[in-house]
Each structure stands twice: as structure tokens, then as C-alpha cells.
Design a protein around this ligand. Structure first.
Ligand code: NAD
Length: 343
């Protein structure tokens, strides 16, 4: 047998940390479809990660998959070696869990991001780095007028999750400033779409939709009038692509990324939309307002729009339909598999 030459490396080589997550799995497919060589990294700690991980392997041009942890610097350094792009999405993602275990939250989010930035700096290739931050870095915005929030808003880390993500956010901007790393921060609002397995702790739109489909009650913490701007996953993918293509100008900046005013909905409005879709009332179970929960958050995306021309294309109504359609198909497949096993 004659051993074949390994394929030549491509000009665009990306590592995605958190590749088996909701957003990371979409991003991997998106990059692969754009012809980018992809290294997918995840520790598979999150619910749903195993199945997304397996699904990545059946892509026509699958990524190189590395199971590992962002807290392990030697591992992160090896994964970053030779990469031209780094997308850091791996995180402890829930405020609730950060309150229960603030040390673990700090180690994954703050130290994990520091490891990624250090590995990028030491790689010597000045790779493009995109770090996913959150609207939670602006605190609970108590007393703030109900209008879209720009990046000029004062930072006010609230909750261990707010602190760890906020530290990651600020480290990223400083690595761009001090070391000239072309790094950008996306302060994201509520991202949703197919592939998302939400829970009470995180991913509330997908969680509500799954509960509605199953005819199960929904716990509402606070009065349910909290408002968020919803951004459909494909629109986020477009924003990430534009951040890369405008990386020189974008470097060193944080951008608020969300659905904006047109896609702002209250929790109760999303429940009402689901009741209309499934033609039945949904039982709501009240719970106390949660720490740091913003009564109102809507992204002012002007800074990113001015740089790239980006704007969300998928309305919250259309996006919710797509999410429900995906959940219904998944449900049908699960029932079919169950029947086949029983037969
Ligand atoms: N989904 C949203 O609405 C939203 C909003 C704001 C910010 N974000 C941020 O976007 C990023 C991705 O979010 P998502 O919704 O895809 O979350 P997700 O939980 O689906 O994905 C996170 C992934 O990171 C992995 N992970 C966790 N700890 C790890 C570790 N120590 N080492 C390696 N991998 C680890 C998990 O297994 C999971 O696959 C996160 O940084 C999150 O904070 C998400």
C-alpha cells in the first residue's frame, strides 16, 4: 500500500471552543460549509452536547474533534497551535449554576478565556479571536430607561456569571489593546433556534417551546413581563462571518448583538405565541424573580451595523416557527425510534 500525502492545510483554519454547544455546532457547520478547516473542541459537559458532537462527525467534511477542557492550558495551547481563527464559545452558561458553584463558574469562564487568549498570544500567528460575552455584563439595569442599550452603557457585573463573563470580556479587549491581538467581543442577548435544548437555567425560548409542545407547565420567575430582544441563530452566524471579514476594523471592540427593537418580546408574549401555535393554554407556575434578572433588555446594535451593514433578517415570529418545527420533527423521530425499539 502506498501511503497518501496528507491534504495541504487550508488558508483558513479555525478552532471552535464549545463546538458541541447550541451555537458552536451551528458555527462549525457554517465554517465547514465555507471551506474552512475546523478543529472542534468541547468537554461535552452540557446536556445535548453528546448528540451534537456525534452529528458533527457525519458532516461531509467533518471537523477534527478534540475532547478537552478550556481549563487545561496545555490542551488549549495545543488546540490553538497553527490556527488562523479562534471562536471561543465554551462556557458555564447559567446564572443559577454560577450562584450554586461560583468557583467552577470562574474557572471555566474567566480562567478558560484567559487560557484561550494566552494560547492565541503565544501561538505567534496573531489569529482572529471572537469571544462570546453577554448582555449580563451591564448588570440588572435597575432604573435604566426602557430603551435599547449601547456599548456606552456602564459595565456592572452582577452575579458570579456576570463577573466571570465580564472578566473574560475585558481580558479580550485588553489583549487586543496590549498585545495587538485582532480580538472582538460579542455581547449577545437571547440567541435561539433549531438545535437548542433549553432549560429553566438557560435557553428560555427553546425551553418554553419544548414545554408547550409536550403540554407541560412553564415556571415563570418574576412577573413574566421581562423583555428581551431575540436573535435567530442564522442571523448570529451572519454577524460572526462579518466580524471575521471586517476583522481589522473590528479588532479591540465589543459589540452588542441581538434582535433589536423589532424582535423584542416579553416572556408572556412568547408564551401567548406558543399557545396560539398549539391551540391550548399553557399552565404558568410562578416563582420569585431571579438575581440579576433584567426587567428590560434590548440591544442597540448600531456600532456593529455601522461597521458591517449587518441587521437581523429573521423576525422573532418566523424564528419561533422554525424552532417549533424543528422540535416537532425531533419529537416525531424520538417517538418513531421508541416504537421501533418496542416492536
Ligand atoms: N445562547 C444564548 O442566548 C447566549 C446569550 C449570551 C451569551 N451566550 C454565550 O455564547 C456561548 C455559547 O452559548 P450556547 O448557548 O451555545 O451554550 P451551550 O451550553 O449550548 O454551549 C457551551 C458548550 O461549551 C461546552 N463547555 C462547557 N464547559 C466547558 C469546558 N470547561 N471546556 C470545554 N467545553 C466546555 C459545553 O459542553 C457546551 O457544549 C457561551 O459563551 C454563552 O455564555 C449565549
Amino acid at each position: 500500500m502506498i501511503a497518501s500525502e496528507p491534504p495541504p492545510r487550508r488558508t483558513r483554519r479555525a478552532v471552535v471552543f464549545g463546538a458541541a454547544g447550541f451555537i458552536g455546532a451551528h458555527l462549525c457547520r457554517w465554517l465547514l460549509n465555507a471551506g474552512v478547516e475546523v478543529t472542534a473542541v468541547d468537554n461535552l459537559s452540557r446536556q445535548g452536547a453528546e448528540s451534537r458532537w456525534a452529528a458533527l462527525a457525519v458532516h461531509p467534511e467533518p471537523p477534527w474533534r478534540l475532547r478537552g477542557d478550556v481549563r487545561d492550558f496545555a490542551f488549549v495551547r495545543a488546540a490553538v497551535e497553527g490556527q488562523t481563527e479562534i471562536y471561543h464559545l465554551a462556557a458555564q452558561v447559567a446564572v443559577t449554576r454560577s450562584l450554586a458553584d461560583p468557583r467552577a463558574d470562574f474557572e471555566v469562564n474567566a480562567l478558560g478565556t484567559f487560557n484561550v487568549l494566552e494560547a492565541a498570544r503565544l501561538s505567534g500567528l496573531r489569529p482572529f479571536v471572537l469571544v462570546t460575552s453577554t448582555n449580563k455584563v451591564y448588570g440588572d439595569l435597575a432604573g435604566h430607561p426602557h430603551r435599547p442599550v449601547s456599548e456606552a452603557q456602564c459595565l456592572d457585573f452582577h452575579s458570579p456569571y456576570g463577573c466571570s463573563k465580564g472578566a473574560a470580556d475585558q481580558y479580550t479587549l485588553d489583549y487586543a489593546r496590549v498585545y495587538g491581538l485582532p480580538a472582538v467581543v460579542f455581547r449577545m442577548s437571547c440567541i435561539y433556534g433549531p438545535g437548542q435544548l433549553g432549560s429553566e437555567d438557560q435557553g428560555w425560548v427553546a425551553h418554553f417551546a419544548a414545554q408547550a409542545l409536550a403540554g407541560q407547565p412553564i415556571h415563570i420567575y418574576g412577573d413574566g413581563e421581562q423583555q428581551r430582544d431575540l436573535l435567530y441563530i442564522d442571523d448570529l452566524m451572519a454577524a460572526m462571518r462579518l466580524a471575521w471579514s471586517r476583522r481589522q476594523a473590528a479588532a479591540g471592540q465589543a459589540f452588542n448583538i441581538g434582535g433589536g427593537e423589532a424582535n423584542r418580546r416579553s416572556l408572556r408574549q412568547v408564551v401567548a405565541a406558543l399557545e396560539r401555535r398549539y391551540g391550548r393554554p399553557i399552565e404558568l407556575r410562578p416563582g420569585p424573580r431571579r438575581q440579576g434578572d433584567q426587567a428590560f433588555y434590548c440591544s442597540d446594535c448600531t456600532r456593529f451595523q455601522a461597521l458591517t451593514g449587518w441587521r437581523p433578517r429573521i423576525s422573532a415570529d418566523a424564528g419561533l416557527e422554525r424552532l417549533c418545527t424543528w422540535l416537532e420533527a425531533r419529537d416525531r423521530e424520538a417517538r418513531l425510534a421508541q416504537r421501533q425499539r418496542a416492536a
